[in-house]
Each structure stands twice: as C-alpha cells, then as structure tokens.
Design a protein around this ligand. Structure first.
Ligand SMILES: *Cc1c(COP(=O)(O)O)cnc(C)c1O
Length: 337
C-alpha cells in the first residue's frame, strides 16, 4: 500500500534498494554510525535516483499514449541517461536536450564518455544546446518539431522534478519505513539535492508516513543552488505533490532543510573535498561515489561529522543517489592529487 497507488506507474527499478552500515568509514571518521541506502543500485543502465521518478514519469507518458520521450540535462546528466534507458525499456524513442558547452576543468571532452557514451549506445537522439538549465525553450522547440512530424512526445522535466516524478521518492520513504525494523533510528538522512525532486519526495513521504518533524532530520546538501532558492523550489514541488495526491493538510516547512556550505567551485567542478570523499569511500568501503553529486554530498557529511554535528551514539543515513556512470568523464580531475 502506497499513497501513490492511484497514479500510473511502470516498474523499472530493482526495489527495495539495500541499506547497509558503513562500519569502516564510520570508524575512520570517529563520529556517528553512517549507513547507506543504495539508490545507486536501482538497476537501470547503471542506476541512480532518477529511476524511481521515471517509474511515474514513464508511467504517465504511457498513459498519455506517447510514442517518444524528451528530456534535458547537463552534458553528463545522469537523469538524461536514465530517461533514455527507461524510454527504451518500454519501447519509446528517447530525445535528449543536452548542454553542449560543458567541459571539465581538465578539458576532457565529456561528449564521448561517461553518461553520453551510454546515451549514444541507447540510440538516444541528442539535441545539443547552449541554453542554461532548466532548458525550457529548447525542450519546447524539440517538442514542437516532433509534433510537426506527427509524433506524440511526452515531456519529462529537467531532473525529472515535478509532482509526478517526485512520487518516486514518496515511495522511497515508504520503502524505508518497511525496512526500518532491521535498522537503527536515524538522527538524520543526508543526500544530494539539485533540482529538488528527491528532497521534495522524501519530505512528502516523511509527512505521509507521519515521521516526527526533525527526526530523522532530512538534510539536503545543495549541489548548485543557494539554500533559499532550493528551499523555495522544494516548497513549490511539495505543494504540487500534495495537491496531486489530494492530501488535505499542508506539509510543515520545518521539514525542508538545505545546507549550501558545499557548493565549492560550482556545478560539476571537482575540488579537494569531493576528491577526498570519493577516495575515502573507495578505500575504506570499496564504495564508489560520483564526482558531481554524491561525492559532494559525502564531503558535506564528512565535514559535518568532523565538526561534531552528530554524536557518537547516533546513526545517520546517507542516500547514495547514483551517478557512477559519470566517473570516467572526470578521470583526470579525479586522479589529480
Ligand atoms: C539528479 C541527481 C541528484 C539530485 O537529485 P534531484 O532530485 O535533482 O535534487 C543527486 N544525485 C545524483 C547522482 C543525481 O543524478
């Protein structure tokens, strides 16, 4: 039973994703017990958090009888790659609007590696653009072009973040609730937040599962937005999700918490904190994090632990939202010491 049961959905992900303790990393840091929810293991063409959103977004595209899907993202968009794979898995043609003018600091051409390599293997039609996120204009143009050709495109928004997509993370909260018998009571959940759908879904899920406000604290580490802007975006998404579910009462704004201390050099700029977090996870746990999102979010968590933000007896849950497919597009900058 899920509050989302009335909505169209297709099954795409391997669920439930596992939850495990990171004992060696926790011991290394000497703070709280850190656990991990493996949403990098959702299974769709190397997985990640967008797969949960796409269960609803593609479900809705099929309900509309679309024959192709359009979405947009940065060059190395994990969302675009998962959308292309999701579309292929149900027989729809994927169209991706990708940002052309994005090179890594090392100057690697990321248009033939990482996620883009997978996009190409999936046979996605790529429409390069110089527009900035959220790529609204190019998306509309591609949609009109396809409609003029007599196609029936479904538009999946940037990041998969609208009321429909965020339902994937409402279900994720419900899923965790069902796993909770075997788990400690977490003081906080820590996760990367960018277009806000993951956070909005968890917030709405926490509300509908009647989790106490502030326990667990749902702590979003912002990847590329100042806290006020991201909180604003999440508030809007939560309101849209509440109305899609026809839920009466409002979700408390206290559930929406964003930390923007770790924006570093900006989106997809790998710095020392990300490099350290990625190496530490790999060397203590054999665990891969990604250069753009989970590396940064884990760097934030490590810093918070070092600052004594959590006590030793507590447990904290880190949501691994995926992104591994981007690693090789950042090779040089990741190996720099
Ligand atoms: C998209 C993405 C996020 C951020 O999720 P939003 O719902 O856009 O906030 C985090 N981690 C990874 C790996 C992603 O691809």
């Amino acid at each position: 039973m899920s509050v989302t049961d009335g909505l169209p959905r297709v099954s795409l992900a391997f669920l439930p994703t596992p939850v495990r303790p990171l004992l060696r990393l926790s011991a290394e840091l000497g703070g709280p017990e850190i656990w991990i929810k493996r949403d990098d293991q959702t299974g769709l063409a190397t997985g990640g958090n967008k797969t949960r959103k796409l269960e609803f977004l593609i479900g809705s595209a099929l309900a509309e009888e679309a024959d192709c899907v359009i979405t947009a993202g940065s060059t190395q968009s994990n969302h675009a790659r998962q959308t292309a794979a999701a579309a292929r898995s149900v027989g729809l043609e994927p169209h991706l609007v990708l940002r052309a003018a994005e090179a890594t600091a090392s100057g690697d051409d990321t248009r033939v590696s990482g996620n883009v390599l997978i996009d190409r293997l999936l046979g996605a039609v790529i429409h390069w653009t110089d527009e900035e996120a959220p790529y609204v204009e190019t998306l509309q143009n591609v949609r009109m072009e396809l409609q003029d050709q007599g196609r029936r495109p479904a538009l999946v928004p940037y990041g998969g973040s609208n009321a429909t997509g965020l339902m994937g993370y409402v279900r994720a909260a419900e899923e965790l609730e069902l796993q909770s018998d075997e788990l400690p009571s977490f003081a906080a959940h820590v996760f990367a937040s960018s277009s806000g759908g993951t956070q909005a879904g968890l917030v709405l899920g926490a509300h509908s599962c009647a989790w106490e406000i502030g326990r667990p604290l749902l702590l979003a580490i912002s990847i590329d937005e100042i806290a006020r802007d991201l909180e604003h975006q999440v508030t809007r998404l939560v309101a849209e999700g509440t109305s899609l579910l026809g839920m009466g009462e409002e979700v408390s704004p206290e559930r929406i918490r964003v930390n923007d201390d770790y924006l570093g050099g900006g989106y997809a700029v790998v710095g020392d904190p990300e490099r350290e977090a990625i190496r530490l996870a790999a060397e203590t746990e054999g665990l891969l994090l990604d250069p753009v999102y989970t590396g940064r979010a884990m760097a934030g968590l490590i810093d918070l632990v070092r600052k004594g933000e959590f006590s030793t007896g507590e447990a904290v849950l880190f949501w691994h939202t995926g992104g591994i497919a981007a690693l090789d597009a950042f090779g040089e900058v990741l190996l720099r010491s």
